[in-house]
Design a protein around this ligand. Sequence first.
Ligand SMILES: Cc1ncc(COP(=O)(O)O)c(C=O)c1O
Length: 439
Amino acid sequence: MRITPIDYSIVHSKIKESGIANIGRASIREIKKLIDNIEQDTGQKFIRMEMGIPGLPPAQAGVDGQIEALRNGVAAIYPDIHGIAPLKKEISRFVKLFMNIDVSAEGCIPTVGSMQGGFASFLTLSRIYAKRNTTLFIDPGFPVHKQQHKVLNLPFESFDVYNFRGDKLHDKLKSYLDKGHIHSILYSNPNNPSWICFTEKELKIIGDLANEYDIVIMEDLAYFGMDFRQDFSKPGQPPYQPSVANYTDKYILFISSSKAFSYAGERIGMMVISDVMYQSHFPDLKRFYPNDQFGYTMIFGTLYPLSSGTSHSAQYGLTAILKAANEGKFDFVEEVKEYGEKAHIMKKIFTDNGFNIVYDKDEDQPIADGFYFTYAYPGFTGVELLEEMLYYGISAISLDITGSERHEGIRACTSLIKRTQFTDLEDRLKQFQLDHPTQ
Ligand SMILES: Cc1ncc(COP(=O)(O)O)c(C=O)c1O
């Protein structure tokens, strides 16, 4: 029997009981359930880094706006599918003030979380060209987007961007686009899971290729404004949240309210379709929809049958949040900076104890500190490391399930860890290093 910080026999038996064939490859929700069970049986708290739940209270302006809307009776009334007018206006203002891009209110559409924005876009984009059926993911990425493709039975390809940063990205993307079967590209920026952020050079490469090959870029801004190396918090003032929108007109942005505004529970996000895309006609859409105009089809052809719009009161809540942010009354970046500050401390605790950061650079710059970071330990694959660290009371997910080719890596999420747990983290990692000497 080994002596480990969390009772070895309990962890061992709970892993067995869970029925999960390979813990290291388990989904986020499966890991969550397993750790809940171990915590309950041992009475000990884990350093829980598996799930990307906001660890902060929701934006107050949203809660107030939503309560007021409910009191006014909106719960009884179906919302417009394309979104309520004041929200569309505030989204359009928001992207102008925080990204410096111009998008008409028409193309600013609330969705049931960014998750639905992705689902609806995959569905619609897969039908714009009869001869192109495949989405390209610039990985690592959010596993649920691939699950959505599987549910929809849509083909996708992907590659890990780790070895293709900077100029190398051009030829790598071209090697897929030259085959002629790609209709769109998706990436998140800042990236879940690695927290890399594309440089302006890389965004320009992506935008230029979108123009050259007539493909659509889906830019997932789930962590809007959260590259804390720069201050994106001042409305109407540079620097702005970087975006491919500066280099191409063929884009759809997904802006989640979940992390930036700690509003995950209300399931409301924003889909921002560029004016050019909104107005574009794709005759091949007629195979599935009565209309071939992209924006119209997205709303009345795809979003309508999915959920008939987004929760009415949540739309008012988000309107209030955006209005406050746009007017400079709510500094949403300041609110979430805590994630970056915790990441900075946690990364140091890891690297001081024999671990290394896997995705560590944006071209020649060290990556930002933010919501996630990735780590590895010599001699372990990510899958092995994940399981072994459970005996030390530390949970996370392996990079294997994110399309990463860095098989040694683990993704850690900083959101749920309290600063009071840092000593536990340090003690457990110290013990881990003692038990697994590297030379
Ligand atoms: C990269 C990425 N995209 C999309 C989402 C989903 O966002 P939402 O909660 O708005 O559906 C997440 C949530 O974790 C995410 O990390």
